[in-house]
Each structure stands twice: as C-alpha cells, then as structure tokens.
Design a binder for this molecule. Structure first.
Ligand SMILES: *[C@@H]1O[C@H](CO)[C@@H](O)[C@H](O)[C@H]1NC(C)=O
Ligand SMILES: *[C@@H]1O[C@H](CO)[C@@H](O)[C@H](O)[C@H]1NC(C)=O
Ligand SMILES: *[C@@H]1O[C@H](CO)[C@@H](O)[C@H](O)[C@H]1NC(C)=O
Ligand SMILES: *[C@@H]1O[C@H](CO)[C@@H](O)[C@H](O)[C@H]1NC(C)=O
Ligand SMILES: *[C@@H]1O[C@H](CO)[C@@H](O)[C@H](O)[C@H]1NC(C)=O
Ligand SMILES: *[C@@H]1O[C@H](CO)[C@@H](O)[C@H](O)[C@H]1NC(C)=O
Ligand SMILES: *[C@@H]1O[C@H](CO)[C@@H](O)[C@H](O)[C@H]1NC(C)=O
Length: 783
C-alpha cells in the first residue's frame, strides 16, 4: 500500500514523536537518538538558523554563508517551526514508510529507523536509515530546498504543488564535495569527475597527464615543453635529463601515430648529450626534420626557408635568425615547435584527448620514450672532470633567474627547473658556445608564453651573443661551436677520441695496389689551428683533397709521385711520404704549427713465379700476382728493330734473319722496379731443361760467343728486348725452336739493376737487388 508520506508524518509523526519542540530562534538540538548519515558523515546534532528568507538546518555548526556547512536550506515561511524527532523502537511501525522510501528512491536499501521532521506550512524531514538517509520535502507552493555539503550545493530538490519528493542524502563525499549515489559529478575548476556508485563507493578521475585543467572543465594539453641541451622540462614543469645519445619521443599521439622525436648527441664531452635534431614523424605524411644550422628537410630533401611561412605537407615552416619554427595541428592539437640547434621549445595551445605520451608529457618516463633500437647509443662514457669549471660561480650565474628582471616572472613560471637545468649542465660542461644564455633564454621564452615581458633581460645577463651558426654545414661527426674564438665545425667528442687518444690527426694509412692514402680529420686540424690549405706532401704540388661533406682531408700518393721515397729491405718495398706544412719562410707571418706526419706503405717485394709455356703463338702473356703487385709479362717477336712487324705463326722466318724479342711487363711501377732478363736460351724440345741447349743471354748479357745477339734496355725499366739471328738446331731433324727466358725483378736504386756487361763489370756483377724467384717465359717456333 502506498501512503502519501504527508499523512504518515501528520498522524504517526506527532503521535509517536520521541520529542517535539517549537523552534522560533536559532537553535542547537541534540539528535543523538536519530543519527543521520549525511554524505558519508554521521551527525547527532542539528543547528537551525532563520535567515529571513530561509531556514537552514545544519549538522556541523550554525549556518555561515562563508563557511563549509553541511546544511539543508528550506524556504522560511514563518520564522518558526516545529522540530520532531521520532525513533519509535518497533520495526513494524516503519514498514510502510520504508516501503514507500524504497519505491521512491532506488539507491536506498536500509530500513527507516527514525526521522527528524520540521513541519509547518511546508514540511521537510530527514529519514535516518543507519548508513543511509533521505530528505523528504513537501511544499504547497512550487519551490525547492537545497542540499549543501561543505557549503557547496549538491542539489536542489523541487516539489511541485501538493506533492512530496524524496532524495538520497547519503551519497559520497569526494574532495569535499557531495556526490549522490549512482551519479557522477564534474568539477569544472579541477576537471575532475567524481563518481559515487550505488553502493556509495567513491572514485575520481582528474586530467590525466599531460592534461591540465583549463578551469572550465576541459583537460587540455597546453603549455610549454623545453628541451635545452640534455634537459627536458615537460609541460608540467618536471625536469629530467637525457644522458645518452639515443632518439627519444618528445610527444606522441597514440591515436594518429604522430611522433615528435628528438635525437641527442654529444658535443665537447662524451658524457653530456645535447638535443641535436628533431623529427616530425607524421605516419601518413612526409617526415620533417629540424637540423643543426637552422636547416630543415622535408622527406629527406633540404628546403630553403625564409621569414615568411611556407607550408610543407601541412606543416607551416618559417625561419628567422634565431631558429626554425614548425607549426601544425594533429588530432585537434595545435603544436608549435621551435629549434635553434641547442634548445627545442614545444608549445601546445589547444586541447586534445589524453592519448599523448613522450618526454614532454612525462619527463620521468625516459625508458619508455626511447626509440633507438640500436642500444649502442646508450653506451656510457666518463670523461675527466673539467677543472676549469667553478661550480659555485656557475650556480650564481644560474641563480640570476631568481633576481631582477627575471624575478618578475617567478610567480608565473617556476624558475627552479630552469636553474637546475642550467646548473647541472654547466657544472659539468664548459660554459661556451653561448650555453649559459641558452638556459636563461629558455626561461625568458617560457615567461613570454605567460605574457610576462622581461625587458632587456639579455643586457642584465650579458647575453648579447647570438647562438653560433656555422657558415659551412657541419658533418655528422661535428657540431657548430667556438674554436679559439671563431665559430666553426668542431669534432664531436666520441668521434675525436679515437684519434686524440692516440695523438693522431687522422689515419690510418690506407695502402692499396701501388697507392697510399692518409686522411686527416678537418675538425681536428682546426682545433690545432692548422690550415689545411698549407699542407702538402713531400712534393708541394701534392695537396690534400677535402671532402665538402665530411671535411676529411685526403692525401694520396703512388710510388712514383709526390716525392715518395722508395726503400727496400729483404722482404718489403716501402713507400714513404709525409704531410708537411708549406714552407712559409716567405710569408710575413704564420698562424700555425709545423706539421710533419710521415706515413708509408710497404708491400712484399714482387716475385716472378716460374711459368712455362708450350704455346706456339705470336706472343705469350702470363698474368702474375705477388702480394700487392698484379702484373703481366708478355714476350713478343718482331721482324724489325722498331718492333712494328709482329711475327705470328704464319710469318716466314728465314734462317739467319734477325728477329727482335720484346719482354714487357704491365702493371709494375717503373719508378720502383725494373725487369732484368737474366738469361734466354733455346731448346729443340719444349722442356726448358732439355738438351741440346743454346744460350742467347747469360747473366743478363748477350752470349759473347754469338755475335748476332744484342740486348737492349735490360734492367732499365719494366720492359727490355734483345735480338738475334734465327737459327735451327743442326742434325736434329726437327724444325722446332723453343725459346725460354728467365726474368728477374729488381728494385731500382741508382741504376743498380742494369747488368754490367763489360768484362770488368762482369766480375763484380750480381750486386743488384734481386727480388724473389726468377720467372721463366717460353716461346716456341715451328717452321
Ligand atoms: C546562525 O545562528 C547563530 C547562532 O545564533 C549565529 O551566531 C549566526 O550568525 C547565524 N547565522 C546566520 C547566517 O544568520
Ligand atoms: C522573519 O523575521 C524577520 C525579522 O524579524 C522579518 O524581517 C521577516 O519578514 C520574517 N519572515 C517571515 C516569513 O515572517
Ligand atoms: C527491514 O524491515 C523488514 C520488514 O519490516 C524486515 O523484515 C527486515 O528484517 C528489516 N531489515 C533489517 C535489516 O532490519
Ligand atoms: C567555459 O566553457 C564554456 C563552454 O565551453 C564557455 O562558453 C565559457 O566561456 C568558458 N568560460 C571560461 C571562463 O573560459
Ligand atoms: C610511460 O610511457 C609509456 C609509453 O610512452 C606509457 O605507456 C606509460 O603510461 C608511461 N608511464 C608513465 C608513468 O607515465
Ligand atoms: C721490412 O720492412 C717492413 C716494413 O717496414 C717491416 O715490417 C719488416 O720487418 C722489414 N723486414 C726486415 C727483414 O727488416
Ligand atoms: C723555405 O724556403 C726558403 C726560401 O723560400 C728556403 O731558404 C728554406 O730553406 C726553405 N725551408 C725549408 C724547410 O724547405
């Protein structure tokens, strides 16, 4: 049976009340006989205030409009009310009321055990149900009561004329605010959403990082993330440093796949990294890279930027003398990225969903923001401390951010992360390359975003110098920095260490075939104040060739050029040259140190291996390799002294006709080695060892017994020749003549390879440097 509650109160209420008082003044009543659980708080006292228009029924003290009262505001009809407390100890008494409450308010489950009732022209009651409670409101004219928790309105409960209404007053209290069971309440100021379950379990969600509440209900990614040198100051002002040379995600949108990536690299010290380049990786558009030297590439190709905005694949790019700015919008998030080579500023102005991560979102999340797959970028180095750094002085320099003019911004932008960034880097890394001002500027720019203009801060901070820009594009192993007061490409520390640790300027020497080369590192030369244009080899016309991209200076020489000195020992031929400084004694002044870098290549001495031919042909050629030496030997026969009429198998050669044999090598360095024809002899059979045998050349000289033999150019170069008159073996019945020559290579030194063929010379011959084994080459004629 559903009874109108009014009647229950009218009859049961007054009749069974535990006590009834008339209240016509501000009054405090002990209600411990009917405790009321009001938004999680159990109360046993009631305070009433008549405030002209309203009657306030409060639980935690008299009503104070400024205070944090737990109160119910009821229209004040008469400046007077009854107060009834009924806690009849008879369960059956409460059955009807309980049923009525359960049918009206779905979120209450307990039985009513008592009530506090304020009946007059209107009627307000609080029904106690242990850990639950409801407010009852009946009012003849259409008006409402207000339920306040901590002074904040939870709800207005309206009753239309002559009807009664019930509302749960036992919900959750979250962050000091009342939340009704089964509802979610939003706090626009904190962007929190507070939920109270039907079983009165409270939960709250606030802006997830990097969301910042805009004070109007929206969690937005808004603000500035600064990456300067190794430090990241994220959107929420948290600071962290990158200590390796890997690529990191600064901002990543999970829904679109967009990533803003930063690559870190070392500069002067191996143990301090700097943000070196940024990549805007749009999964479905071209990548854009912001590089050192204010350079930009779109899809890998460099683009030329000016002060006016140019749009490349949806990104607005512009450049001024301070750096490059890229503005774009991704998934409703508009982002502007500035990069000057040392500092990156990422500024987001509009809000977006909370699907973002990366170091700008949470700078502490270094490990999950790392992108590099090659873990070698994580190798840690430890360089000796720089004893020129005075950390106390550095601290003072960085603390300037707490004094004027910076102090005027301290209220809006916490200077502490910027001071820590400045101090932690400059206590370790020299304050060069305008680095100190970079940290101050990072703060000034953050203030600018908060509309705080730090007038002429650079004057106070003595930061007039612009960020160094190198005229040349620095290569990957270089960065733009100060070298002895000039701005130029300097070597990165890890790259340089492979040379400096061995006190070298380059190298190693590369030996190949008959050439040698030595590459010197351009940036190391600059650091040593060596002007590469003043360097040459022994022969001053042999200068180095500089690679415009890598700035590596390459000197090459072959064994016969650039004043190369050739020496030999038992097993090796050694070519030596040196990089030296130009003779500047004719210059008025010089600005560089003398350079003398000797370098050499040694090759095993070339050898001629034994080869035998049984080829009847117009020429014989054999290809040989000995260590680094690759060459061929040919043997050709001619019918004229000018070596123009080649004898081929079809040529008729008459007996006693003079023929010229040319022995020629190809691929040997004429300035280094000579070919010596040691001996030549003829046999009637193909084996060079067969008998009979007739000698034409012996020990490099013509057989003196045969007046027709003459030897030309023997030992002078890489070819020589000899002539003789054709003969045949007598009484042999065969018409074949096999000619065999044994050749020898000789390393040249003062004409030492030419056999002395005078009688006197022959006694002291064989002083020449013979190389390896002699080679045998044979040719056959048939008639
Ligand atoms: C409520 O009543 C108390 C006690 O009389 C009084 O001190 C207080 O000022 C009153 N509050 C208002 C808003 O009238
Ligand atoms: C209540 O009393 C105040 C002052 O005594 C008076 O101004 C007001 O009109 C009264 N309200 C009602 C509803 O009688
Ligand atoms: C609530 O009231 C019903 C009906 O009177 C009764 O059966 C039940 O036991 C009561 N529950 C409690 C927890 O007292
Ligand atoms: C709050 O947001 C609403 C709607 O989004 C807007 O109309 C209002 O101007 C905002 N208020 C402030 C103070 O930003
Ligand atoms: C760290 O980043 C990863 C992915 O970038 C993200 O899934 C994770 O929630 C982050 N952790 C914290 C504590 O922010
Ligand atoms: C010959 O010179 C090479 C290169 O300088 C050297 O390595 C080798 O030991 C020398 N051999 C002898 C026998 O001196
Ligand atoms: C340098 O050149 C001058 C003349 O120009 C000469 O006298 C001097 O010997 C040279 N020095 C060297 C080391 O070659």
């Amino acid at each position: 049976m559903l009874l109108p509650l009014l009647y229950l109160f009218a009859f049961a209420g007054l009749a069974d009340a535990s006590f009834t008082i008339l209240v016509n003044d501000n009054t405090q009543v002990d209600t411990s006989d009917c405790p009321i659980t009001y938004y999680g708080q159990e109360y046993t006292t009631v305070y009433t205030n008549f405030t002209g228009e309203d009657l306030f029924v409060c639980f935690n003290g008299y009503y104070n409009p400024e205070g944090n009262g737990d109160c119910i505001r009821v229209p004040n009809t008469d400046n007077i009310t009854y107060f009834i407390l009924n806690n009849k100890n008879d369960p059956s008494y409460w059955t009807d009321l309980t049923n009525f409450v359960h049918s009206s308010v779905s979120t209450v489950t307990n039985n009513v055990t008592c009530y506090l009732h304020f009946p007059y022209k209107s009627s307000m009651a609080l029904l106690g149900m242990g850990s639950q409670s409801v407010v009852y409101w009946y009012n003849p004219p259409p008006t409402f009561i207000s339920v306040l928790v901590n002074g904040h309105l939870v709800e207005n409960v309206y009753a239309i004329q002559n009807t009664e209404v019930l509302s749960d007053t036992s919900g959750c209290r979250i962050s000091g605010l009342g939340v009704k069971p089964g509802t979610t309440r939003l706090n626009l100021e904190t962007c929190s959403s507070m939920t109270c379950s039907n079983s009165r379990i409270a939960s709250m969600e606030t802006c997830s990082l990097p969301g910042q509440c805009d004070g109007n209900g929206t969690c937005s990614v808004k603000g500035l993330c600064t990456v300067t040198g190794p430090t990241v100051i994220d959107f929420s002002g948290q600071i962290n440093s990158v200590s390796d040379r890997c690529e990191y995600s600064l901002l990543h949108d999970q829904s679109t796949g967009f990533s803003l990536k930063a690559n870190f690299l070392e500069r002067r010290r191996r143990d301090v990294s700097f943000v070196d380049s940024l990549t805007l990786d749009f999964s479905e558009r071209d990548d854009i890279q912001l590089l050192q030297g204010h350079r930009v590439t779109v899809a890998g190709s460099p683009v030329t930027l000016t002060g006016s905005v140019q749009t490349f694949s949806g990104v607005d790019l512009s450049k001024d003398q301070t750096g490059v700015t890229a503005s774009f919008s991704v998934n409703g998030l508009s982002v502007s990225v500035f990069f000057d080579g040392t500092t990156a500023r990422i500024y987001t102005e509009t809000s977006a969903g909370g699907s973002l991560d990366g170091l700008c979102v949470d700078s502490s999340n270094v490990s999950s923001s790392m992108l590099s797959s090659d873990s070698s970028c994580q190798d840690q180095y430890e360089d000796p401390a720089d004893d020129t750094i005075d950390c106390a002085a550095v601290t003072q320099q960085c603390d300037i951010l707490k004094s004027a003019p910076f102090s005027s911004c301290n209220l809006y932008v916490d200077p502490e992360p910027y001071i820590i960034a400045c101090r932690s880097t400059l206590c370790k890394y020299p304050s060069v390359d305008n680095l100190r001002c970079q940290f101050l500027k990072a703060y000034a720019k953050a203030c600018e975003k908060k509309q705080v203009d730090l007038q002429n801060w650079w004057t106070t901070a003595q930061c007039h110098h612009p960020q160094p820009i190198c005229g040349d594009k620095c290569s990957d192993h270089e960065f733009c920095g100060d070298i002895h007061g000039n701005t130029d490409c300097r070597c990165r520390a890890i790259f340089a260490s492979q040379y400096t640790e061995q006190n070298r300027l380059g190298g190693p020497t590369v030996c190949q075939d008959n050439t040698a080369s030595l590459t010197l590192v351009g940036c190391l030369l600059k650091e040593k104040s060596i002007d590469y244009t003043h360097l040459h080899l022994n022969d001053q016309t042999c200068t180095g060739v500089i690679d415009p991209d890598s700035h590596m200076l390459k000197f090459s020489f072959s064994s016969d050029s650039c004043g190369t000195e050739v020496t030999t020992n038992n097993s090796q031929v050694i070519f030596t040259n040196a990089v030296v400084t130009r003779n500047s004694s004719s210059d008025v002044i010089t600005r560089q140190d003398e350079v003398f870098i000797e370098f050499s290549c040694s090759h095993p001495k070339p050898e001629l291996q034994n080869v035998a031919f049984k080829i009847i042909d117009n020429s014989v050629e054999v290809f040989l390799q000995s260590g680094e030496w690759k060459y061929s030997v040919t043997m050709k026969a001619y019918s004229d002294a000018a070596h123009t009429q080649l004898l081929d198998p079809k040529s008729d050669v008459r007996l006693n006709q003079k023929i010229w044999i040319v022995l020629e090598t190809n691929g040997l360095d004429e300035d280094v080695v000579s070919v010596v024809t040691d001996s030549c002899w003829a046999t009637s059979e193909d084996s060079p060892n067969s008998v009979p045998r007739y000698d034409l050349i012996r020990d490099g000289c013509a057989n003196a017994q045969d007046g027709t033999v003459s030897v030309m150019g023997n030992g002078e170069g890489t070819s020589n020749s000899f002539s003789f008159n054709m003969f045949e073996f007598s009484g042999k019945g065969t018409s074949e003549v096999y000619l065999h020559c044994q050749l020898q290579l000789c390393v040249k030194k003062n004409n030492n390879c030419v056999p002395g063929c005078s009688v006197a010379a022959r006694r002291r011959r064989s002083l020449r440097h013979r190389l390896g084994f002699p080679a045998l080459i044979s040719m056959a004629w048939t008639q």
